[in-house]
Ligand binder design. Sequence first.
Ligand code: SF4
Length: 370
Amino acid sequence: MRQIVLKIHSRCNLSCDYCYVYESIDQSWRTQPTTMTMATLERVAHRIDEHARDHEMRELRVVLHGGEPLLAGHDGVEAALRIIKGAFPATRFSIQTNGILIDDRFLELFHEYGVSVGVSVDGGAAETDRHRRYASGRGSYDRIAAGIARLMRPEHAAVYGGLLCTIDVDNDPDEVYDSLLAFRPPRVDLLLPHGNWTTPPPHRDRPLAYADWLIRVFDRWYEHRPVESGTRIRLFESIIARLFGLPSETETIGGEAPGIVTVETDGSYEQSDALKTTAEGGPATGLSLADHAFADVLSHLAVTAPYKLGSKCLSCPVVKVCGGGLRAHRYDAANGFENPSAYCDDLFALINHIGDRVRADLTQPAVVTQ
Ligand code: SF4
């Protein structure tokens, strides 16, 4: 197991229209308790300790997630970090937040427990406020940017993990890229909006719109990366890594068994949140902390959710890089997951473009300077 996603709070202070937790076909959040109780946190810690000892793990990654995890408050976040760290000191923490509630006390906690902070933002004000709004309809960019500005202070460099941007192809890729780089993030994750063959992604009527958007950003990043920013972009780095037969760092690329288990606020185990976009109960496992170890979940998933590709992927020339994309994007209510990704054409074009650029560089004669 690579990572545990811990839902310490199941509600959010924003109402983003593309949110996979609240706006998807799976509405299980409605029956989840608002916060994870101390008793559930103690059980999580016990299961982590059990798993780490049984598998002689040197470290384990835990992501504090929601909803909006900072709604758990200073005491709630501190309790989660303290209880888990107490059970398994080699835990490596990160948190994914909308950034609005980041304040000095949270930053102190992040330093104390070595928490890497990722903030969700989709570019500048216009791009971000297109989707990331309060329930009232008001945009949230100003508050998000204020939170990121706190993280950008030099004294917080050690806990500034990066930014997560959900792509909207109606947003100009150059403006999005420039706006993200202005926050000087060490890393950017570019997320394809969730969709599948039954519930298609937005703008499916525009062939290769996502490939074109991503290629525009890739070319700028690839040409200027070391000088312009030093910012890592996990999607592009994972494609390059897979081209060389190295592991991907993202579920979106590579098709490797993800090894990620989610613990909901009520202590039930779930698969990746992205599966909330497939069907009611899409990520459910039927297992819970009270009765099952993490190893039970992994064994259960190996049988009930095997990573199998369909015939188109199996004969695809880029399958070793793509791996069929994100599992949730391959879903079709008619036949499950043995399909190409709903983003197949875009992934194929993007991977070939990146492959061509990298191969061209490798065949360039070396420049000798005297
Ligand atoms: S590009 Fe399409 S066919 Fe090829 S592996 Fe990816 S999803 Fe499957």
